[in-house]
Design a protein around this ligand. Sequence first.
Ligand SMILES: Nc1ncnc2c1ncn2[C@@H]1O[C@H](COP(=O)(O)OP(=O)(O)O)[C@@H](O)[C@H]1O
Ligand SMILES: [Mg+2]
Length: 260
Amino acid sequence: MDESGPLLRARELCVAFGGLQVLNRVSVDVPQAGVLGVIGPNGAGKTTLFNTVCGFVRPESGSILFDGKPLRPRPHRLTRLGIARTLQGLGLFPHLSVLENVIAGASHLVRTGAVAAMLASPWAERREHRVRDRAMEVLETLGIAADAHRVCASLPYGIRKRVALGRALISEPRLLMLDEPAAGLSATETTELAGILRGLRERTAVMLVEHHMEFVMNLCDELVVLDFGEVIAHGTPGATRADPAVQRAYLGETVGVADA
Ligand SMILES: Nc1ncnc2c1ncn2[C@@H]1O[C@H](COP(=O)(O)OP(=O)(O)O)[C@@H](O)[C@H]1O
Ligand SMILES: [Mg+2]
């Protein structure tokens, strides 16, 4: 483990779709502990950056180091590397319970299905119990333990968003990546989510991509601002908000920078 450097270091990432340069030499550092927010207007390239780090998008050039080692992300291998993510939207199994959805995030720990059932070894059973207990702990952290046995489809959106977060957290990631975690949440739910994420920062580093400035202002330790695929500012939330380039980028947006 490289304690001195950042946990994730992306350098000079370039991504183009067709003729469109969507990321142009984008560099970000996620510190070992703390929350990095990547903000910017719609279409700035935030999701593309997120997808590049997760391995959904292959950059044309640039490098990513995780823990000081080159990261060649593959979406299905992220959890094992210590990275978990939630996507824009939910991606839950609507007809499974809250608990089952969270356990699904631990698929690298539980071998369910025919083989496990046939063997039915006490060892496999013990491990499943552990995973279940761990899933319940995660639900407690998120304040939704009471909903553990309810079917996801029957629950309000705000709760389902927490289930999606729980599914990422059960793998005990060193880096948690969130794409617009506050999208679709009420003001109260957004404040509660910020509280939950603040509580996690001792255990896991967070990189979150977000359109809304207010949400990230009080939550993030550092911000990177993207506009048209380029980093136009980075630093503490206070300094970033005051940056004229950032204010210009957000001009005409419904999210006011001055009154955030
Ligand atoms: N798969 C794709 N093919 C072509 N263009 C894309 C693709 N994904 C995103 N884009 C374009 O890249 C730009 C950045 O998109 P995105 O990363 O989704 O921005 P953000 O998340 O900041 O709103 C937009 O102009 C978008 O239309
Ligand atoms: Mg996006």
